[in-house]
Design a protein around this ligand. Structure first.
Ligand code: DHB
Length: 511
């Protein structure tokens, strides 16, 4: 299971001084990196999954653009089951038809180095990449720049939109080399958790949109399409310019919080402490103001549920949109009950004849508890990860909402509107000039308080309303994290791959 890996990476970066990465890709006579995949540059490896050997070719640290800004991150690892070089198939897949599983390692909007198949640090069982290989997927693991990436002169090189530009460039590389690489670049399935899920979602939402083109040109990305087939997204920290109001809509009135505070001691070691405290009067006022802004936003989206009910909220924040979220909590509780989980100690659940008939929403949210203080994302003191995401080459952190700027407690500036737009999938889904993925899977834990449940709920409804295929569920008693249900994940990926090969006409996106 993957959870909050970015804290570990902060620790590593601050304690160790990392050696310069040596990349295996070759440069041409102009000093540019080649975009051509080198089929001969691999090592063979074997790992075991459930006692079964998985042998694969590992092509690692491939620079995926001609003019990288940072070769520690703009690199990709590609893993291919050995069977595909022997003309064999794995399940239904062959070297030609195997889907490409594309997981990123981004957390906390930090830079992410490419991952590799192996054991998950926490659970000790096979990670998503290794499970994918064992099931016959080709695995391509991209790295991407992030909010702390700097060049030798101390200029920031990974502020928004760098990470999404990098992931798009990696997709383009796969398409550019589709004929010579095993796997089908028309079946790329992106996966990520938290900030990584935000990028996975953004990748699926913004395919081929021209907004990103100048950035892709600048780093020498292949001149190819960058739309992808499917998206898997766990606990996405996304829709950032509306996430503060969504958070306060959900947690307003819950004034006690447990917050993870990361600080450095004088030796620059990272300290992680859970701080328990209560909101100040000023923070409660901010919470009230943000909560009051949310219904107008939800109502402006014109969303409907699967049965056609308009999803709206009244000025007090009640209405069909809240019931919509409640239905997912009920669905999750029912699934837990059906699989034998004892729910009798939870006084906010009503169960009749083995059916979860209702939940008391307010009591449920009190049970989940508040983790963040208002503003949860656009921090009024510019101290949040998201403020740093929206910095510039020379400014570490900025606001990204008008509300944040107006209520700022420090000297501050606001990110330009186009950059904020380019980090939010909501502005792109099903729009003209965009190829949005057809298949989507969202998971969020029922006790995840890193963002509001409204965020994945809005995204799912929006995608569904555009005629796209969405599987959204809340994972019972799961906190902030991802990759905790790999069997179910790959059952879903197999299913959507099979469904698409049966469909003779492409899914029509409603505009
Ligand atoms: C992540 C978690 C957060 O709470 C956040 O605000 C941003 C990123 C993460 O785990 O990636």
């Amino acid at each position: 299971m993957k959870a909050k890996k970015w804290f570990t990476s902060i620790l590593m970066c601050s304690v160790l001084s990392m050696p310069l990465t040596h990349v295996s890709a070759s440069t041409d006579t102009t000093g540019k990196y080649s975009l051509k995949f080198n089929t001969a540059n691999y090592t063979e490896k074997t790992l075991t999954v459930d006692g079964k050997n998985v042998t694969y070719r590992a092509y690692e640290k491939i620079v995926y653009v001609k003019n990288p800004v940072d070769t520690k991150y703009e690199i990709m690892n590609v893993y291919v089951p050995e069977e595909y070089y022997e003309g064999k198939s794995i399940g239904k897949y062959t070297a030609k038809t195997a889907p490409i599983f594309f997981p990123n390692t981004v957390g906390g909007y930090m830079p992410g180095e490419p991952g590799s198949p192996g054991q998950d640090e926490r659970s000790g069982s096979a990670n998503a990449a290794l499970v994918a290989l064992s099931k016959g997927y080709v695995v391509a693991e991209p790295g991407a720049r992030g909010r702390t990436t700097q060049d030798e002169d101390g200029q920031y090189t990974g502020k928004a939109p760098a990470a999404i530009v990098d992931l798009k460039a990696a997709v383009r590389y796969l398409r550019y080399n589709d004929k010579i690489m095993p796997g089908d670049a028309e079946k790329i399935i992106s996966n990520g958790t938290s900030a990584g899920a935000a990028l996975s979602t953004l990748l699926g939402a913004t395919g081929n949109n021209k907004d990103y083109e100048p950035y892709l040109k600048a780093i020498g990305a292949a001149n190819e399409r960058d739309d992808i087939f499917a998206v898997s997204s766990y606990a996405a920290i996304t829709n950032l310019d509306h996430a503060d109001m969504a958070y306060e809509w959900l947690f307003n009135g819950i004034n006690d919080y447990k917050k993870l505070v990361i600080s450095k001691d004088t030796d620059y070691n990272i300290q992680r402490n859970m701080v328990e405290d209560t909101l100040t009067e000023d923070q409660i006022q901010i919470s009230n103001e943000l909560k009051a802004m949310f219904p107008e936003y939800v109502n402006s989206l014109g969303l409907t549920s699967a049965d056609g009910t308009a999803l709206t909220l009244d000025t007090n924040g009640n209405g069909t949109f809240k019931n919509y979220i409640k239905s997912f909590v009920i669905g999750s509780a029912q699934k837990a009950l059906d699989s034998g989980t004892d729910l009798s100690s939870l006084n906010w659940i009503t169960i009749k004849d083995k059916k979860v008939t209702d939940i008391d929403f307010d009591k449920y949210i009190a049970y989940v508890g508040r983790m963040k203080t208002p503003s949860a994302f656009d921090g009024l003191d510019l101290n949040n990860a998201e403020n740093e995401l929206f910095g510039t080459k020379t400014t570490n952190a900025q606001h990204f909402t008008q509300f944040g700027l107006e209520h700022s407690t420090v000297d501050s500036t606001i990110a330009d509107a186009q950059t904020v737009k380019m980090m939010n999938p909501m502005y792109y889904i099903g729009t003209k000039g965009t190829t949005t993925s057809k298949y989507w899977r969202f998971r969020q834990g029922t006790v995840d308080n890193d963002t509001s449940f409204a965020i994945p709920a809005i995204l799912s409804a929006k995608l569904q309303n555009k005629g796209l295929n969405v599987d959204f569920a809340l994972a019972w008693n799961q906190s902030h994290g991802g990759d905790y249900d790999l069997d179910e994940l790959f059952t879903w990926t197999d299913k959507v791959v099979a469904a698409s090969s049966k469909a003779h006409s492409p899914v029509k996106v409603k505009r």
